[in-house]
Design a protein around this ligand. Structure first.
Ligand SMILES: [Zn+2]
Length: 457
């Protein structure tokens, strides 16, 4: 553990006490654990229903501690990102067990803001935790159905107000609490650790680095998740926003995507809330923080990977278009595929335009080349898996049109090829213990409040 200041040291000691974890909790387990805690500590925990999911699950918030500060922590904004479920549970447990932790701040914890989407990911929460298995059972909602990106948004020609009940529940809570700090619990899949924060806070970048280092996790020093992200330091970025993405897309001469909204952090900023996102990977690869030059220009890698992704998306679009008239419109998987494939189809064009703006002589780092190559690998496993589940799910319902069968077979065989390719990388990947992932997120959450308080004093 590196030398750190007193308050951070205390946070890290707490974070390192998280016990070993062997699975991710699904919706019912999250509720069971948090309800049990509330029943055990009726004097400490206030339990309140704040909304209902579209398919009928209640959404509950658990508040622990006294003010004056209000902290809001919410998991499941992307239901394919379950590390935060444990972070929320562990934080609630520690707040009940440790009076010092709850002094001066009321922690408002939402264990799962998107139960419907989470249930569609539960097929991989018990492992085995290899990428091929996880992504075959992966579900990411359509952009307009992601709680994170479905807050009201109006900017230039964009207008979005189709706020879902789940996002609306979170919106009401944000407006009621006007939180000092908010932590939107996300995670990534493969790579290093990186963070987003809405405000530059004195000393916070160094603390975030120290937290990742204390768990032996590398920082993500390769390709940023999006070219829009403005670095505040290595692997720490200013929070990305729908506005910034709009402007960037426009600057490339492309039409901005306007079928989703703003983020929860963008929404909370009206109350002066400082928001944090800590992105943690299940797997790391030695290339993730390798800054040595690769033997290929950066622009060349961008174009090569844009072509590869473009080809795979074209095939998926063709299969989906042929099957679409025969698929159930009320399936989350069908709606997500409907939204994602045309959206992803624009990415190769964006990356070719980016490449044209790059210095053709600049050599990519090993980290950048690996990151770009792996985006292609991960995207086709994710979205190919969802398309396959939509097709095979239609067949499993027992009423699929004859036309769906050959399409499902074709997609299954293509998907196997993609899985086989991805599996060749498995022996190079390190699976990070779940308790370490939770530990980093937990420590970053507590450190955020500390950094904001330092700034205010
Ligand atoms: Zn996310």
């Amino acid at each position: 553990m590196p030398a750190t200041n007193g308050p951070l040291q205390a946070i890290l000691e707490r974070a390192h006490r998280i016990p070993g974890l062997t699975h991710f909790p699904g919706v019912d387990e999250i509720t069971r654990r948090l309800d049990a805690l509330a029943a055990e500590h009726p004097d400490l925990v206030t339990r309140r229903r704040i909304g209902t999911s579209r398919l009928g699950d209640p959404i509950t918030m658990y508040s622990i501690g006294t003010g004056p500060d209000e902290a809001l922590v919410y998991a499941g904004v992307h239901p394919n990102e379950p590390i935060g479920f444990w972070t929320a549970i562990r934080l609630a447990e520690d707040l009940c067990a440790d009076e010092e932790l709850r002094t001066g701040c009321r922690w408002n914890i939402i264990g799962c803001i998107d139960p419907d989407g989470t249930r569609l990911n539960e097929g991989w929460f018990d492992g085995p935790f290899n990428r091929v298995h996880c992504l075959e059972h992966f579900y990411r909602p359509a952009p307009a159905e992601q709680v994170e990106w479905s807050f009201p948004f109006q900017y230039k020609t964009a207008y979005f107000d189709q706020v879902m009940p789940e996002a609306f529940a979170l919106m009401r809570v944000i407006d009621e609490l006007k939180p000092t700090v908010a932590v939107s619990l996300h995670n990534t899949e493969l790579g290093g650790v990186y963070y987003y924060v809405t405000k530059e806070l004195e000393g916070f970048v160094a603390e975030l680095h120290a937290i990742a280092a204390s768990f032996g996790l590398p920082l993500e020093l390769g390709e940023a998740e999006t070219p829009v992200a403005r670095p505040l330091g290595p692997a720490v970025y200013e929070m990305i926003s729908a506005k910034a993405t709009y402007d960037y897309t426009e600057s490339l001469g492309m039409t901005p995507y306007s079928s989703s909204g703003g983020s929860s952090a963008e929404y909370a900023e009206r109350h002066g809330t400082v928001s944090l996102v800590a992105e943690l990977p299940y797997w790391t690869h030695p290339a993730n923080d390798d800054q040595t030059p690769a033997d290929e220009p950066y622009a060349g890698v961008l174009v090569r990977m844009a072509d590869a992704l473009g080809n795979d998306i074209d095939v998926m679009l063709e299969i989906f278009a042929a099957a679409r008239p025969h698929l159930s419109g009320d399936s989350q998987l069908v709606r997500a595929t409907d939204a994602f494939l045309p959206y992803l189809a624009k990415r190769p064009e964006r990356d070719r335009l980016r490449a044209a703006k790059e210095d053709p002589a600049r050599i990519a780092t090993v980290a950048e080349r690996f990151g770009l190559t792996d985006v292609h690998r991960s995207f086709r496993l994710r979205f190919g898996g969802m398309l396959l589940r939509a097709l095979e799910g239609e067949i499993a319902r027992g009423s699929a049109a004859a036309a769906v069968h050959p399409l499902a077979r074709r997609m299954r065989s293509l998907y196997r090829e993609w899985q086989d390719e991805a599996a060749t990388l498995d022996h190079e990947l390190r699976t990070v213990p779940i308790k370490d992932l939770v530990g980093v997120q937990y420590a970053a959450t507590l450190a955020l409040l500390g950094a904001v308080r330092r700034e205010a004093s």
